[in-house]
Every structure is written in structure tokens, then in C-alpha cells.
Design a protein around this ligand. Structure first.
Ligand code: SAM
Ligand code: DTB
Ligand code: SF4
Length: 317
């Protein structure tokens, strides 16, 4: 129960994943209670500080320039506007603030401004997370020095399915950046998207890759595909909430110390489904009425659910 392992095999993970559902959830809930306060939920807020016009072709994404969506390309937001949004998030109980840019990698010309933004948000007392595409070693170090807490870079799915979703970069590119992030002493946030038509083996492959990193990701966001008009994929009609629950439970068991975050797609879950995910070990959510470009569960709804379930917002350490 106490061990944190980085050598889970595919077969071990498959056996965990395929247990009778209630046995799986019992096991994950038990692990969860051993490592975490089961009533404390981490609240993260998201802000798209540079929206649209991305040169990558991720089939799910509203911000890719390959697809005709209703998202316009915007310039990088001003530091003061970002700080105002971050302050509001802090007042509403967020302990983490995630800055997102629709970039393949950070352009040199924007680096100074990005560093200023990170240090200004950090000064508010929030844990700052950034998700800005691939990083060089030097960039990762600069972000760390500016006060960045965590870098988000999702594996999204398993290695074999990846090329069906994205062709402008490889799975190895993704893993290389994750290693660079860890080498710089930053925390890794990395997870995936469910409901894109991936198989159970693809999900298990992703979980195995995440659990095999030198250090487990500090957080694992589990997104359910938010279908965006104009992009190249639809929600897989065979995908069910039971797949979500198994993935959450499995992530909790094999990465016991990690924050498992219910991320995009919560609007498609009922309260009971969300509660079951918390029971199975999910202990973080994105809060706020907006994700990056799509709507999220309204904060008042989350507050009511927290009251109903006896949960509270985890404070910044
Ligand atoms: N450009 C950076 C990157 O790709 O790493 C950061 C921003 S990108 C929007 C962050 C993550 O959002 C993606 O890795 C993907 O997992 C998730 N995402 C994007 N669009 C989504 C959608 N329609 N539904 C669910 N998750 C989505
Ligand atoms: C993550 O895994 N999910 C967040 C965050 N990390 C950057 C993004 C969700 C985006 C959902 C689609 C949108 O709003 O554009
Ligand atoms: Fe660009 Fe990130 Fe969207 Fe891919 S997911 S198109 S890299 S913003």
C-alpha cells in the first residue's frame, strides 16, 4: 500500500483496470484514503492567454489552424488583464492557475513577457501552471526561475493511437518535453483525453507511460473529449462513464500520490457520476465557467455539489 512504483507493467495495469467495477473502486478508494484527505479537492483555474491560430493539427482542438472553428486568433493577453483574472480565481478558492497558449513552442519574441506573467501570478500566492507546447532545456529552466510550479503537457492517449489524432509531432516529442520539464525540477502535469475512439489498450498504454516517468506526474488531468464543431473528431458513441471511472480508479491506484483531475467534459456528467469519480480517487477539478474555449460547469453548481458531498477546496500549501 505504501509503495510508489515506476515499473508497473501493461499486464498489471490491465488486471487492475479490468477488475469487477466495484472491486476496482473499493481498491482505488482505499488507496486514495491512505495517501490523501478524501474530502479535500484541489481547485485549478484555466486561462487561455494566447488563443487560436495554432500550427499543430490536433484533431480535437478548437484552436488548431487546420480546422474551421468559431475561434478567432488573438494576440498574447496583457499582463495586467491576466493578473486580474488570476486574483479573481484566487478569491473563488483556486489554489492553482493554469496559463495556456496555442503554440507548438514558446516563440523567442514572447519569452520575456511569459516570464513576467508567471512571476506576477506567482506573487499572488497561486501555484502557477503553464501549458505552452514543447520546451527546450533552457526554456524550462527560465520558466522554473520565474516561479513556475508545474508544466502541463498531455500525452493525450496511447502511443499507437497518437498518430491518428496528431500528425505534426510525435509521441516521443511529447515524452522528451516531459523529461526536460522534470530535469529542470518542475512538476509535471500530464494526462489525456477519453472518448476519441481509443481502445482500452490505448488508455492503459497512456497510464503506463505516465507511471513510468522518473517521478510520477504531480497531476494527471483526465479530459473527456469536448466535441468542437469544425474539428475532425466526434465523441465516440461507445465511450461510457464506466470507462472514465475505470481510468480514474486505475490512475489513482498506480500513481497514489498524484492529483487526479476531472478536467474537460464535466458538463456531460451527472452529479452522481461526478461523485462516483471523487469516491474512486479523483481529487482535483478545473473550476470556472470557461475552460479554454468551451464552457465548463458553473462554479455555483460545483459549490452546491461540494456542500452535498461534504467536500472542501484544498488551500494553497
Ligand atoms: N498547446 C499546448 C499543448 O497542446 O500542449 C497547450 C494547450 S492545449 C489546448 C492543452 C490540452 O487541452 C491538450 O493537450 C488536450 O489534452 C486538451 N484539449 C484540447 N482540446 C480539447 C477538447 N476539445 N476536449 C478535451 N480536451 C481538450
Ligand atoms: C487539460 O488537460 N485540460 C485543459 C488544460 N489541461 C489545459 C484544457 C481543456 C480544454 C478543453 C477544450 C477547450 O476549452 O478549448
Ligand atoms: Fe495547438 Fe495545443 Fe490545440 Fe494542439 S492542443 S492544436 S498544440 S493548442
Amino acid at each position: 500500500m505504501n509503495s510508489v512504483r515506476n515499473n508497473w507493467t501493461i499486464n498489471e495495469i490491465k488486471d487492475i483496470y479490468n477488475q469487477p467495477l466495484l472491486e476496482l473502486v473499493y481498491q482505488s478508494a482505499t488507496v486514495h484514503r491512505h495517501f490523501h484527505d478524501p474530502r479535500a479537492i484541489q481547485i485549478s483555474s484555466l486561462l487561455s492567454i494566447k488563443t487560436g491560430g495554432c500550427t499543430e493539427d490536433c484533431k480535437y482542438c478548437a484552436q488548431s489552424s487546420y480546422y474551421e472553428t468559431n475561434i478567432r486568433t488573438e494576440p498574447l493577453m496583457q499582463v495586467a488583464d491576466i493578473v486580474n483574472k488570476a486574483r479573481l480565481a484566487l478569491e473563488n478558492g483556486s489554489s492553482r492557475f493554469c496559463l495556456s497558449t496555442a503554440w507548438r513552442q514558446i516563440p523567442d519574441a514572447e519569452m520575456e513577457k511569459i516570464l513576467d506573467i508567471i512571476s506576477a501570478v506567482n506573487d499572488l500566492g497561486l501555484e502557477v501552471c503553464a501549458t505552452m507546447g514543447m520546451l527546450s532545456q533552457a526554456q524550462a529552466q527560465q520558466l522554473k526561475d520565474a516561479g513556475l510550479h508545474t508544466y502541463n503537457h498531455n500525452l493525450d492517449t496511447g502511443e499507437n493511437f497518437y498518430e491518428k489524432i496528431i500528425s505534426t509531432r510525435t509521441y516521443k516529442d511529447r515524452l522528451d518535453t516531459l523529461n526536460i520539464v522534470q530535469e529542470a525540477g518542475l512538476n509535471v502535469c500530464s494526462g489525456g483525453i477519453l472518448g476519441m475512439g481509443e481502445s482500452m489498450d490505448d488508455r492503459i498504454n497512456m497510464l503506463q507511460n505516465l507511471s513510468s516517468l522518473k517521478r510520477h506526474p504531480e497531476s494527471v488531468p483526465i479530459n473527456i473529449l469536448v466535441p468542437v464543431e469544425g474539428t475532425d473528431i466526434q465523441r465516440d458513441p461507445d465511450f461510457s462513464v464506466w470507462d472514465l471511472l475505470r481510468t480514474v480508479a486505475c490512475a489513482r491506484i498506480i500513481m497514489p500520490q498524484t492529483q487526479v483531475r476531472l478536467s474537460a467534459g464535466r458538463t456531460s456528467l451527472t452529479n452522481i457520476e461526478t461523485a462516483f469519480c471523487f469516491f474512486a480517487g479523483a481529487n482535483s477539478i478545473f473550476s470556472g465557467d470557461q475552460l479554454l474555449t468551451t464552457p465548463n460547469v458553473l462554479p455555483g453548481h460545483d459549490d452546491d455539489l461540494f456542500k452535498l458531498l461534504g467536500l472542501y477546496k484544498k488551500l494553497v500549501k
